[in-house]
Design a protein around this ligand. Sequence first.
Ligand code: ZN
Length: 347
Amino acid sequence: MEKFMKKYLIFFIFCLFSLTVFANSTIKRVRLNNNPPQLVFDISSTVKPKYNSSYDEYNRLIFLEIEKVKMGTKLNSSSLSGKNIEKIDMIDYGSNVGFFIKLKKGSGHRVYSLSNPHRIVIDLKATNSSKKEFTVAIDAGHGGKDPGAIGFNKYKEKDIALAVAKKLQTKLSKDFNVIMTRSNDTFISLSERSRIANRGKADIFVSLHLNASKNSSAQGMEIFYFSKKSSPYAEKIASYENSFGEKYGEKTTSIAQIMGELAYNKNMEKSITIARPLNSSLSKRLGMRDRGIYGANFAVLRGFNGPGILVELGFITNKSDVTKLSRDANQNVMADELANKIRSFFY
Ligand SMILES: [Zn+2]
């Protein structure tokens, strides 16, 4: 009993101590240094202030949260904005204070803390933005002698797939190395597509297609990833897409799955991570039916050594879908949403 009381007392004293300490932590000043360019948070505190930060690459937004502090100064956003910072906002959570710092293009974002006196510093020195970390392989389905599915108003799958692929390439090129399995109307076999992506050490493989059905009312968007197991429906779509390979003389069953079992599971998991939010946001933005995501044995995905998705952008045999898919503005929306989700997959 005595032991318990002692523990309890120690805990109580600790709490009291913590309260006094934390209550004393105050952000005294937020200032900008010119050379080197730095944003500095001066903090008066008896303990080293804790913080965490994250960076949204796409929006160039740093989120910095400083724990157990009070804001003891007014944040003057306009005097802090300039060469490196576009805008800075603050949220006081009561115990923690959060800052949203929107950077200008090319600004760095290294966050660290210094003591004596306590400071949290964000280095804003320009980074070498020409270095691109990740590689995306974009695969426009079919091409050349293989038109893919031919649908309503004689639209060809290969043309719409290529149009979206090129727009996606433009949108990704500034932040990613992009590999196109084809950039014009040429025929490329299924095995060659994954080989091109593997050779280029792509980090993800995105294949663009349009679905087709004898039932012209079938419509909507769906995304597939490589899986050895599949539902009868997904299997049907996979064998339909694989049949184009067979039709042009390729034995698609001979395309080997080159990833080992461990990589296979990991890649499948990663593919699902991007497929799910992509399908729902993409269909929402275009007002199309969200048909869901499925795993199936797609020959073109099987040969790639990494996560991969095959997007069926809509039904070429459905009047409403193809009207949307053939419009330049909508293709831009598609490319935009694909690029968004690819970005958030990596960053
Ligand atoms: Zn196709």
